[in-house]
Design a protein. Structure first.
Lengths: 240, 457
């Protein structure tokens, strides 16, 4: 038996009960153990295997396939810089290079998935370059614990990590007030520490001006989709 | 503006907010806002009808999948075997592909954040149509805020009796699970997504059998994209003629065009299918700082790039294909003259190499070597044969991979070389002779096998 507490066992059972077939619970279970330990440890893999009646080899095969499962302890925060083509062309590569240099030692920049500071301690952060984060109209983008910081520059990104290193939690452009990576991993598994905080998180901003541009322009110019009929039309007959 | 049904034959407006219309509402994501603005009306009509009528409605509407491939949605639903015996007797499943990650694509994430209930209403109607009692919404793990919003909306829908047992007293039961992925682009491929949802590595399956007969848990399964499913309540509420008043006969309806890159006002523009880049650029305020257009993707990096010659290509399924590309996800990434095509192609290829799942050899090995070649070219260490080697490797990946990831990986390269060959030539033209390792002489002398020359250096 692994060292996970009673609550984690209860949550694991709850995850398994969501699905028609138990093994579907494996991805959320891995998020759950990552929430507990800050990364997917060998103990975490053993816990998942026990819950689902799998071998640790089967669970390891899954855990190592997905980039969000980290195999070494992470910082309080995970900073993901999009360096896919479009973000890179608009400054993402420069941002990543600057943050690597800034967070590294004088003779060596911080590498992908390496951590500045002691993992788990306040102000520590793990840096990674990410593939397309699906916010291309707001490029270049950074995520901190998967919350969006849009339209970044080298300068704004430096200010962001400076604040994180000081223990501050700047608000994202879109998303909930920052917590930490472990809290977010618990959320991905489907749980929350605090219902009030969770409710506030849902209300975090989502619509950037870019998101609403088409809408806004249509309103300005009096454009709309064709009007729907007042009454919902009758459904067609079956198989004509 | 089109105010009356009789005006449906007229040209629709340039922007036609349907899926995006509610986004501007205050607290747009709540059940209260959704119902106040007409939400869950279509559900009542749908549940009063026979499931087959909904499948017929979807077929008649001409709705085609918004995830990239454009498969007719109603036809996909009709492939689900029904009946009390044989495959029809198995449980059926609806799986929503919300694993948005194709470079350039950013439409489903704002949809789920701003209007999750339209997705949920679409899930309920679709599940009723295909007789599914369990629906999974597989959301990309990095899409945290959309996951929050969709989960909150699912909870609201349960509380209001739109989900769970005996929905609205009709006897129809449905459960929805919002499943967070864990970071793998390949899981946007429908069979890889199903494996992932079953708790495995996200690797594509050999088809056939198709998900319609052997999908989730080897049972009949419909896999549809977020934008596709979110369109369903509007089609029920507006009817076939209303939906077909936008777009073309074969590609009807509105479409969210996501315009990004070197334009003055990037953003989401929902317009009738068939809108051109010329129009989208006008809407987006033109090229940023007036620097001319060089290349663009019509629907993500997996769709072959276009150039300034293609400003008037109608961006619908037929139009994009006729011009030598694909509509994809209508992720319109715009690049100006300052961007090097070989560099952009290298970056995209690095992405495909990273995301290749490793299951099949052409994609796993091919993307690996493509990156090696492109990186050395961009670092001015290329060789004269590199362009031909790239095309040769692409030829060995395209159509020979398990899934569309491999095909997609070749698109930037072959289209980049097609339109901008000189840029690739320029990169290698000024190179000194590259020192050749002795293995190369072995290859040329026929002493060893036939690995591509580029692979040795």
């Amino acid at each position: 038996m692994s060292g996970f507490d009673e609550l984690t066992h209860v949550r694991a059972k709850e995850i398994i009960d969501r699905y028609p077939v138990a093994r579907s619970a494996l991805l959320p279970l891995l998020h759950l153990v990552q929430a507990e330990e800050g990364y997917v440890s060998q103990a975490g893999i053993g816990f998942c295997a026990d819950q689902l009646g799998l071998t640790t080899a089967e669970v390891s095969a899954v855990a190592t396939f997905y980039t969000m499962y980290k195999r070494t302890p992470c910082g309080e925060h995970l900073v993901s810089v999009c360096t896919n083509t479009l973000c890179a062309a608009l400054g993402g590569d420069d941002i990543y290079a600057r943050l690597s240099a800034k967070l590294g030692s004088p003779d060596r920049p911080l590498g992908h998935e390496e951590t500045a500071g002691e993992p788990g301690t306040p102000g520590s952060l793990t840096l990674e370059h990410a593939e397309c984060l699906a916010a291309c109209d707001l490029a270049p983008v950074i995520q901190v614990n998967y919350e969006y910081f849009d339209n970044q520059t080298v300068q704004s990104a430096e200010e962001l990590v400076d604040a994180l290193r000081r223990g501050e939690k700047p608000n994202p452009t879109r998303g909930a007030p920052l917590t930490d990576l472990r809290t977010v991993e618990l959320e991905l598994a489907g749980f929350t520490h605090d219902e009030t905080v969770a409710a506030a998180a849902v209300a975090g901003p989502s619509a950037a001006p870019e998101t609403l541009r088409g809408n806004t322009l249509a309103a300005e110019r009096g454009w709309a989709a064709p009007a729907m009929p007042d009454e919902i039309p009758a459904l067609p007959e079956k198989a004509r | 503006m089109s105010e009356l049904a009789s005006e449906w034959s007229a040209q629709p407006d340039t922007i036609t907010p349907v899926l995006t219309k509610r986004w501007a509402e205050e607290n747009s994501w709540t059940l209260e806002t959704y119902e106040r603005t007409g939400g869950y009306r279509a559900l009542r009509t749908a549940l009063a009808g026979h499931p087959d009528q909904l499948i017929q409605l979807c077929k008649d509407s001409g709705l085609r999948g918004r995830g990239g491939a454009g498969f007719p949605t109603g036809m996909k639903w009709s492939f689900i075997p029904q009946g009390s015996e044989g495959p029809g007797a198995k449980p059926k499943y609806l799986v929503v592909n919300a694993d948005e990650g194709e470079p350039g694509t950013c439409k489903d994430i704002p949809t789920m954040m701003a209007d999750p209930h339209s997705l949920i209403e679409g899930c309920i109607i679709t599940s009723y149509a295909i007789r599914a009692k369990f629906c999974a919404i597989y959301v990309r793990g990095e899409a945290l805020h959309p996951i929050r919003r969709v989960r909150a909306a699912v909870a609201e829908a349960y509380a209001k009796g739109y989900l769970g047992k005996d929905i609205l007293g009709t006897g129809f039961d449905l459960d929805i699970v919002v499943h967070a992925g864990a970071g793998a682009y390949i899981c946007g491929e429908e069979t890889a997504l199903l494996d992932s949802l079953e708790g495995r590595r996200g690797q594509p399956r050999l088809k056939p059998p198709f998900p319609a007969t052997a999908g989730l848990y080897a049972s009949p399964t419909v896999v549809n994209n977020v934008e596709t499913i979110a369109s369903v309540p509007y089609i029920v509420a507006g009817g076939v003629d209303w939906f077909r008043a936008m777009g073309s006969d074969k590609s009807p309806g509105p479409k969210i065009y996501s315009v990004s890159g070197h334009v003055e006002r990037p953003g989401q523009y929902e317009a009738p299918m068939g809108t051109t880049l010329r129009t989208l650029l006008e809407l987006a305020g033109g090229m940023k700082d007036g620097i001319p257009l060089k290349f663009w993707t019509p629907g993500g990096s997996s769709t072959p790039m276009f150039t300034a010659e293609h400003l008037d290509v109608p961006l619908d399924f037929e139009g994009a294909a006729a011009a030598g590309s694909m509509l994809g996800t209508t992720a319109v990434q715009v690049f100006n003259e300052t961007v090097s095509v070989p560099w952009a192609v290298m970056k995209w290829t690095e992405f495909y190499k990273h995301e290749s799942c490793g299951k099949c050899t052409p994609c796993r090995e091919g993307t690996y070597w493509l990156v090696q070649i492109l990186e050395r070219m961009v670092h001015r260490q290329g060789t004269a044969q590199d362009i031909e080697t790239l095309l040769d490797v692409c030829d060995n990946i395209l159509g020979r991979s398990f899934c569309a990831l491999g095909d997609g990986a070749t698109s930037p390269i072959t289209s980049g070389i097609k339109y901008f060959r000189q840029e690739f030539l320029d990169l290698i033209a000024v190179q000194p002779a590259v020192p050749r390792p002795e293995q190369l002489a072995d290859v040329e002398a026929g002493r060893v096998g036939t690995r591509p020359i580029g692979a040795i250096a």
